[in-house]
Design a protein around this ligand. Structure first.
Ligand code: NOJ
Length: 499
């Protein structure tokens, strides 16, 4: 009787107070992407991507005028990376395949055997070391030739993406159990085709970004349906990024509405068609864009709608939600009193930060761990508790080896995620740090360092060195428990023992 009472009491304590232990089947990993780490931009038959073209032709658009031509040289140094993955003890490695390395022109009639071998070797080496490969098919490096056809604003590009995906499945699906179609459709479309900041540099916000979005969502769903009907031996999802949007003042109704609108029109743009009960874009998105289009002398909405059949095919087209999350914003309404057509005006919010939030090296990233818990609970309620893998979370700094700010950031966010799992039963199954090593951070070049491993970019040998965060993450994975180092007041003793 006493034993039974004790068992119930300890269960009660665990569920009410929580503990810092992860479930046995929880997966920890690290993330990278091809263009940011591989280099070998024209090696052994690789074709050009839009990022090769963009960085070569517009050095002024990259903060340090650098390119990803060599990057972390992973194309030649994957063995070093593998050793580091093994040392970390990660359960999975999320990396992306470069479409033009495998199909140099983008079309299926021209395969580059060297590219196929490169990824095949990576997958085999991971598996023989008991590390699950999680493969992203598209991390922004569209074959340049397809951009000549309009890139993602051309609906026909979708069928070439399906060919490419089918090819990858045919080669690797017996080995790869986790697939991600697109990494961050919002950044692909909004930053690449709306704001023109990323490749391909198209500046047509409120129009081209929406065309791109329709093609990307449809392409994703086609690849999902293909995978389920022809292969179906693993899980396939999509990685969507979002900050948490917190109302600037919770007692002001307009702020609460604006924050919800930002969630729906930024994150829901992608998540709602796939994960919501009824599918399609969120109503608020359709309404606002239509009204603003008409008010601005368009004859109809600028948002290209899906047909009924398309809505049906996109709805439910994912086995999991990949979530990329870094930071939080305070939100209030803003009408942007301008005639300019833009997605920002369509959303109609002002995003600010609380000056008290700890900063990072990136202007856009402040440290707000509680935002992750709120975001996860919002997703659970909005989309009926989908299976979630956090496919990116990380902290940028100057790249020093004693990266205690990164350790604090990761500890804080991981704790916040665990809290959401324990107290709100959010269905998070895995978590990956961005990134395994310092890499080429798009238009921020080499100025932002996100890595657990340091790379000295002035040294052409690109030697990898472990930072303190390696020990933190390794210990965490080893014990599947947030280490005591993370509790307030605990002494922080960095130990760097692995070269
Ligand atoms: C978003 C992207 O997926 C990744 O490529 C980028 O480097 C990180 N987040 C950090 O900005």
């Amino acid at each position: 009787m006493i034993l039974l009472f004790l068992a119930f009491f300890s269960l009660f304590l665990q569920t009410t107070l929580g503990n810092n232990v992860f479930p046995d089947d929880f997966l920890f990993g690290v993330s990278t992407s091809a263009y940011q780490i591989e280099g070998g931009w024209n090696a052994n038959g690789k074709g050009e991507s839009i990022w090769d073209v963009f960085s070569h032709n517009n050095p002024d658009k990259i903060i340090d005028n650098s390119t990803g031509d060599v990057a972390a040289d992973s194309y030649h140094q994957f063995r070093e990376d593998l050793a580091n993955l093994i040392y970390l003890g990660v359960h999975f490695y999320r990396f992306s395949i470069s479409w033009p390395r495998v199909l140099p022109t983008g079309f299926i009639n021209h395969v580059n055997p060297d590219g196929v071998k490169y990824y095949s070797d990576i997958i085999d080496q991971l598996l023989s070391n008991k590390i699950e490969p999680m493969v992203t098919m598209y991390n922004w490096d569209l074959p340049a030739m397809l951009q000549e056809l309009g890139g993602w604003t051309n609906p026909n590009i979708g069928s070439y993406f399906v060919d490419y995906a089918d090819f990858l499945f045919s080669k690797f699906s017996h080995k790869v159990k986790y697939w991600i179609t697109f990494n961050e459709p919002g950044e692909i479309c909004e930053t690449g085709y709306g704001l023109g900041l990323n490749a391909p540099g198209i500046n047509m916000s409120g129009i081209a970004d929406y065309l791109c979005g329709k093609t990307v969502l449809l392409s994703h769903s086609k690849v999902y349906r293909l995978y389920k009907s022809k292969y179906n031996n693993g899980k396939l999802g999509i990685s969507i990024s979002t900050p948490w949007y917190e109302p600037k003042n919770k007692n002001v109704k307009a702020d609460v509405k604006a924050a919800e609108r930002a969630m729906q029109m930024e994150f829901g743009w992608w998540a709602h068609p796939i994960f919501s009960r009824h599918g399609d874009y969120p109503d608020i998105m359709k309404d606002r864009i239509k009204n603003l289009s008409l008010a601005n002398n368009f004859t109809g909405t600028r948002l290209p709608y899906f047909s009924k059949d398309e809505i049906k095919r996109i709805r439910g087209s994912a086995d999991f939600l990949g979530l990329n999350h870094y930071t939080t914003y305070l939100v209030s309404p803003n009408d942007y009193n301008t005639n300019l057509t833009s997605h920002v005006k369509d959303v109609g919010v002002k995003k600010e930060i609380d000056p008290k939030w700890p900063a990072s090296k990136a202007r856009w990233l402040k440290v707000v761990p509680w935002g992750l818990e709120k975001l996860l609970i919002w997703i659970k309620n909005e989309y009926n508790n989908p299976c979630i893998y956090i496919t990116e979370n990380g902290y940028p700094d100057d790249g020093g080896l004693l990266d205690m700010d990164r350790v604090r950031y990761l500890a804080g966010y991981i704790k916040s995620m665990l809290k959401a799992m324990q107290e709100s039963q959010v269905n998070v199954k895995g978590y990956a740090v961005w990134s395994l090593m310092d890499n080429w951070e798009w238009i921020d070049g080499f100025t932002l360092k996100f890595g657990l491993y340091q790379i000295d970019y002035d040294d052409c040998a690109r030697i990898r060195k472990p930072k303190s965060s390696v020990n933190f993450y390794r210990d965490l994975i080893h014990v599947m428990e947030i280490p005591a180092i993370c509790f307030e007041g605990a002494p922080v003793i960095p130990k760097i023992e692995h070269i």
